[in-house]
Design a protein around this ligand. Sequence first.
Ligand SMILES: NC(=O)c1ccc[n+]([C@@H]2O[C@H](COP(=O)([O-])OP(=O)(O)OC[C@H]3O[C@@H](n4cnc5c(N)ncnc54)[C@H](O)[C@@H]3O)[C@@H](O)[C@H]2O)c1
Length: 355
Amino acid sequence: MNTQQAGHSANQRSLAVAVVGCGYWGPNLIRNFYENDQAELVAVCDLDPKKLSKIAKRYPNVLTTDAYQDLLNHSGIDAIAIATPVHTHFPLAKQALEAGKHVLVEKPMAMNSKECMELIALAEERKLILMVDHTFVFHGAVRRIKQEVDSGALGELLYFDSVRINLGLFQSDINVVWDLAPHDLSIMDYIVGKAPRTIHATGSCHAGNGLEDIAYITVTFENDLIAHFHVSWLSPVKVRQILVGGKSRMIVYDDLESMEKLRIYDKGITVGEPESDEQRYANLVGYRVGDMMAPNLDLTEALKIEIGHFVDCVLNKQRPITDGQAGLRVVQILEAANESMRTGKTIVINSVGVV
Ligand SMILES: NC(=O)c1ccc[n+]([C@@H]2O[C@H](COP(=O)([O-])OP(=O)(O)OC[C@H]3O[C@@H](n4cnc5c(N)ncnc54)[C@H](O)[C@@H]3O)[C@@H](O)[C@H]2O)c1
């Protein structure tokens, strides 16, 4: 381990953090922990020495190591953020919790719900914070949608419809559902706040490795609420769009829009009550077309807010918004989607409950 003195803003109420994994996503966690006033980035671990040397150059006061055990043994580290490949989340998070460290683990939380449950139980037993990086939950647009839904402005929810497609980076260990859908499933979990009833998914693999690169997932809830997710690494264009439809209003969230990411439409249908049997077969649907509003959004980087939330939860012993249960709910849907794609069946989900 590089033994230079760690820390840039030590004070009594600061949380000493280490990050494991500094590939594509890890450096974003590293930067945000480094810049957080209440956190002290103590160490970074990666198996790849080239990635470590980049970090050492950028953050000369931070310890760097290729041995995860160094982080576990370091008594000055309170929390570990895990940004390594998905199959390593469970063993690394488990070891961290067993070593008495709070954990922020990347999405998806683990490879299956059994692993998620084991981590949740371990964190509870040791009274440690376990949070999952569901970054979009902290995005200004998503928080605004949640506000609109919770205030009742949308009326009863009818549907959640999401498209996340592009010519994506084919992953070698997970399919497109496990790579891309956690974002949208976590947004849905946060906004809808209800336990799903059934999952049906279809997908197709074109790379010869058995991992689906295009998939469609349908999730149903009580009261005819329906959600649909289209994820693909095989699209020539990039689309990042979510529609949330309520009886009173409907929202379109286009993450690629720079000016009007969120559009709230005062549009909908009215369904008349039939007065006679003949009318029952007539078209009783009327259309309501009102204004569109594009609200001003909080443009703060979602990860900055999220890292602040994690630090705050640990220092003040609060339950994170995206806690282990939220991670588990997302993994349960991913698991069910895989099962449905393999068997062709609709999976009735034995959910862990309402948010
Ligand atoms: N929240 C988000 O928006 C978001 C975005 C992208 C990726 N991710 C998640 O971040 C995680 C990492 O993805 P990535 O794209 O950065 O992958 P990556 O392959 O670019 O980086 C992973 C890094 O982990 C290191 N590593 C692997 N095993 C290790 C071990 N045992 N000890 C130490 N280092 C180890 C590798 O050397 C590599 O540098 C994944 O879980 C992914 O789902 C999240």
